[in-house]
Design a binder for this molecule. Structure first.
Ligand code: ZN
Length: 188
């Protein structure tokens, strides 16, 4: 199956209303055992993720699939040419946080669906997650620090939540100030 385009809240010229509607829609749970459609969706998401070198993670709604599936690297966050071995990324279906621990920590996040900006967001430094793996088997994972941040970011996508929904400081290129004043409106 072909890789898919990543949907964005805006383009070079302004708000992207069609993409935003998809990105903002909460995703449905995948049925278990997986249907052939769910298996296809997992394959498409993983393939699209692996074909990019600018993604730490990707959530199904970002490529127009409204199902609760996410994928993200679990190491080598700085590397463009990372291994792409199956052990080096996690695929979670119907992920749910079962425990969050510690004081939330601030950190700047970007998102392929919100090009050119970064937002400072508070995230728990430790979470436990229950999910199904790409084959439909139950799994429990504990994520710490930056990995916990990535997992929380990707899970937000499944509920239609994006980094622009957080109140933290915002960074964008100075030359695009007017553009973002228009696109993000009330934030400025
Ligand atoms: Zn994102």
């Amino acid at each position: 199956m072909l890789e898919r385009r990543v949907l964005t809240l805006w383009t070079e010229t302004g708000r992207n209303v069609g993409d935003a509607a998809v990105l903002r829609t909460p995703c449905r749970e995948a049925a278990s055992p997986f249907t052939p459609e769910t298996l296809r969706n997992i394959e498409t998401l993983v393939k699209t993720f692996l074909e990019r070198n600018d993604a730490l993670g990707l959530a199904a709604p970002q490529i127009g699939i409204s199902e609760r599936i996410i994928v993200f690297r679990n190491k080598d966050f700085e590397e463009k040419n990372w291994s792409r071995k199956e052990d080096d990324y996690d695929v979670l279906v119907n992920p749910r946080i079962t425990q969050s621990r510690g004081e939330p920590v601030k950190g700047a996040e970007g998102c392929l669906s919100c090009p050119d900006i970064q937002v400072e967001i508070d995230r728990f430094p430790e979470i436990k997650v229950r999910a199904l793996d790409r084959y439909g088997k139950k799994l429990n994972r504990r994520y710490l620090d930056f990995l916990a941040r990535i997992a929380q970011h990707e899970m937000d996508h499944l509920d239609g939540r994006l980094i622009v929904d957080y109140e933290g400081s915002l960074w964008y290129p100075k030359k695009k100030e007017r553009f973002f004043a228009e696109v993000l409106g009330v934030r400025f």
